[in-house]
Each structure stands twice: as structure tokens, then as C-alpha cells.
Ligand binder design. Structure first.
Ligand code: ADP
Length: 215
């Protein structure tokens, strides 16, 4: 099973990706997480990506495509397939991915789109907090930690992503509308998309998503 999970910023991609990955034992690749880890580690890739991600702009296709190609070539267990989260985000990336995987067992089978109305996205993004240590995601409005600012799972301090501010969010939403919605339309035409209404709570959405993936 090879899956793309797509959706606007705040649509729940990250939260549900970790559940899907565990439930179906998939290789999880999140381009956003890879960029953030590289920025934190001060690598060359991180230095190239930093200015774009912090402003909410997309990292240029060439850099992103090369990074994904490299990850695919190092997949540990190809048999189980992958869950690709945050890619492709432009039509160029979608076409590049087709070229990379054409005729191999890495071609994508299904595209999951997490669908959330735009008004709800802002609340989710500005309330989001993350554990720097273990990556657990919280929201001060809908999923607060037991103790303010502290991770329930590992006790580390919670932080806010650099791009989770109103200014960067505006840019991320317009990048999504301009570049990523056409990618969804492209796969819809091919009949590969499953749209999930992701407006309600995590516990309500999860069984629906799991069922959609089991079909
Ligand atoms: N496929 C991609 N192409 C270009 N830039 C990307 C891609 N994936 C991630 N990024 C960069 O990393 C940032 C964060 O990605 P992600 O965590 O998936 O964010 P979001 O919560 O906005 O969906 C993006 O705003 C962008 O700058």
C-alpha cells in the first residue's frame, strides 16, 4: 500500500499520519519533518530550506524532488509500502514523482485528502504546540496537555513551530490554493482520491479514515 496524504496546513496530516503509520506498519516520510530536522541540525539542505519554510513558502521543486528521491532509495522495507506526507505539493513534483517511480513497486496507489473548512484551519494552527523531544502534537484549544507547556508523553517542553503564526499561515494557505489544489484535481481526474471530512474530533475521524484505508 503506497499512499499520499494531502491536506491544507492544520488539516490533521501530521496527527493522522502517525496513527496510519502504526496501524498499517508503513514507512512514513514527512517532507515538512525532514526540512525541520535539517534546519535544526544546520545541514546544507536545512540552510537551503530555512528561509522558505519560515515564511510559509514552498521550498523549490528541485531541492524537494531530490530529497524525496534520496529517501525513496533508502526505504528500509519496501514491501510494506509508504505513507508520503506533504508531497507532492505542486504539479511539477507530482510529475517528477511519476518519473521516479514509473514501472516500480513504488508507484502511488491512493491519495487521501483531509478536508477541513478554511475558517477552522486558523484556530488549529495558531493553537498548535509540539514536543521538541518526541514530536507529539497538542492544541491549546482542542487537545491541551495535562500541564501547560509540558509534554504528557515525555515531560519535555512544548514549542510552537516557527511558521505557525498568522503571517506565515496566510502564505501557506495561498500556496496550498495556488499549487496544491491543482495536484488534488489532477489525481481526482484519475479516480485516485479519497476525501475524508476532517472537521470533527480526532476520535471521530480515525475510524472513518481507517475504514477508507482498509477498502
Ligand atoms: N513538498 C514540498 N514542497 C515544497 N516545500 C515543502 C514541501 N513539503 C514541505 N515543505 C516546506 O515545509 C513547510 C512545512 O511543511 P508541513 O509540515 O508539511 O506543513 P503544513 O503544516 O503547512 O502542511 C512548508 O510550508 C514548506 O515550506
Amino acid at each position: 500500500m503506497n499512499i499520499f496524504i494531502m491536506g491544507a496546513p492544520g488539516s490533521g496530516k501530521g496527527t493522522f499520519s502517525s496513527r496510519i503509520k502504526e496501524e498499517f506498519d508503513l514507512n512514513h516520510i514527512s517532507t515538512g519533518d525532514i526540512f525541520r530536522a535539517n534546519i535544526a541540525g544546520g545541514t546544507e539542505l536545512g540552510n537551503q530550506a530555512k528561509a522558505y519554510t519560515e515564511k510559509g513558502l514552498l521550498v523549490p521543486d528541485e531541492i524537494t524532488n531530490n530529497m524525496v528521491k534520496d529517501y525513496l532509495s533508502h526505504l528500509k522495507d519496501k514491501k510494506n509500502g509508504y505513507l508520503l506526507d506533504g508531497y507532492p505539493r505542486t504539479l511539477d513534483q507530482a510529475k517528477a514523482f511519476e518519473q521516479m517511480t514509473e514501472g516500480t513497486d513504488l508507484m502511488v496507489d491512493e491519495i487521501i485528502v483531509m478536508d477541513v473548512p478554511f475558517e477552522e484551519l486558523t484556530r488549529r494552527i495558531t493553537g498548535r504546540r509540539m514536543c521538541k523531544q518526541c514530536g507529539e502534537i497538542y492544541n491549546i484549544y482542542s487537545k491541551p496537555p495535562k500541564q501547560e507547556g509540558v509534554c504528557d508523553k515525555c515531560g519535555s517542553v512544548l514549542t510552537q513551530r516557527k511558521d505557525d503564526n498568522e503571517e506565515s499561515l496566510k502564505t501557506r494557505l495561498s500556496e496550498y490554493a495556488k499549487n496544491t489544489e491543482p495536484v488534488i484535481a489532477y489525481y481526482e481526474e484519475k479516480g485516485m482520491v479519497k476525501k475524508i471530512d476532517a472537521t470533527s474530533s480526532i476520535e471521530e475521524i480515525w475510524p472513518i479514515l481507517k475504514e477508507a484505508l482498509s477498502q
